[in-house]
Design a protein around this ligand. Structure first.
Ligand SMILES: [Zn+2]
Ligand SMILES: [Zn+2]
Length: 137
């Protein structure tokens, strides 16, 4: 296990707040409301009760007055490993996924949409993405 290091926000460089939701450790940006999920965590959160997820939603629903993060159309370095984040289409949203550790960065507001996609498909993110790539329209 890596040392407990502070993870820095991909979009606004604030230090992320680590919080545990139903036993899943997530890292939330207090500034822009983005969230970092290690591989498999989105699926775990998808299995949680709404009451537990509400805790997360309220943690994400920070400071509406702050400007939204700048959408990135370029790759950014992964906050936890040596890899870099690439955008992938997940349902109607673009999510940033590390090409190395497969962690996922979700901008503010993307969490529920991403969750809706995996619940609707009933598949893990990785599988949804590979299916989307194989049937490219
Ligand atoms: Zn941020
Ligand atoms: Zn990574």
């Amino acid at each position: 296990m890596p040392a407990e290091e502070n993870i820095v926000c991909v979009k606004c460089t604030s230090v992320l707040d680590r919080t545990t939701i139903g036993g899943v450790e997530v890292d939330i940006c207090p500034q822009c409301g983005g969230i970092w999920l290690d591989r498999g965590e989105l699926e775990k959160l998808g299995a949680k009760d709404n009451s537990e997820l509400d805790t997360l939603r309220s943690a994400l629903g920070v400071d509406e007055t702050k400007a939204p993060p700048i959408p990135s159309d370029h790759t950014s370095p992964c906050p936890v490993c040596e890899g870099s984040l690439h955008e992938h289409q997940l349902g109607n949203i673009q999510v940033d996924i590390c090409d190395s550790c497969r962690g996922i960065w979700l901008d503010k507001g993307e969490f529920d949409q991403a969750l809706a996609v995996i619940k609707e498909k009933g598949l893990p993110v990785e599988l949804i993405l590979s299916l989307a790539n194989s049937v490219d329209d």
